[in-house]
Design a protein around this ligand. Sequence first.
Ligand code: FES
Length: 213
Amino acid sequence: MATVSATAQDGGISRREFLFYIWGASIALFTLQSTGLLVWFLIPRFREGEFGGRFWITPSDLPEVNAPPANFPNGRFWMVQLDSDQPNDRMELAQDESNRIKGVAAIYTVCTHLGCIYDWVPSNNRFECPCHGSKYRLDGRRIESPAPRDLDRFKIEAYAEDRVTLLGEAELVNDFYEPLELPDGTAFLSIDTGDRRQGLVQRLICDFVGNCP
Ligand code: FES
C-alpha cells in the first residue's frame, strides 16, 4: 500500500490502473480483430474478371460450330461451340455416344493429369498436353491418357441485353456441366470460374480405334 500511495503521489499509475489499461487494450484488440474477420468474410473473395470470379463474354466472342476453340487466358478457359450433328475432324461422336452433343462449353485450361497447361494443336485437331502426352477432343473428352478424366468445365449462364435477365444456364448431369444451347435473345454469357466441375471418367476414344499408345 505504501508503494501504491507513493506511486500515486509521484504522479505515476497504480498497479490497479495498469491492469485496467491492459484489460481495456485487450478488449479493443479483440474487437478490432473480430471486425476485420467479419469484413474479410463479407467481401467477395474474387472480383469479376479475375480468375475465381465471373467473366462476361458475348456470342460474337465464340468460335464457329466445331471450329478450333477460343482461348481466354485471363479466365483460364477455352470456349467451344459444339454440334455433333455437324461432325468434322475436330468433333464427332465416339462409338459409345448416342446423344447429340450441342451447345457451348467453357473448358478449364489445366490438364487433369498433373496440372500442366495443355494447348490446342491445329495440325492434329485436338488438345494435347506437352508434359505426358494426354490428348482430348474439342469438347474435352479424353482421347489418350494418362489423364485420369475428361477436362473440367465451368458454369455458363446466358443473359439478355440488360445482363440481369437470366435466359438459361448449363445443366448439371452427373455433377458435370453439359454444353449450353444458347436461348434466343442471348446477348451475354457469364462464365463462373469459381464453379468448376471435374470432367467425367469415360472410356478413352483411342480404345475404339485400337490406337492407344
Ligand atoms: S500433366 Fe498433362 S499429361 Fe501429365
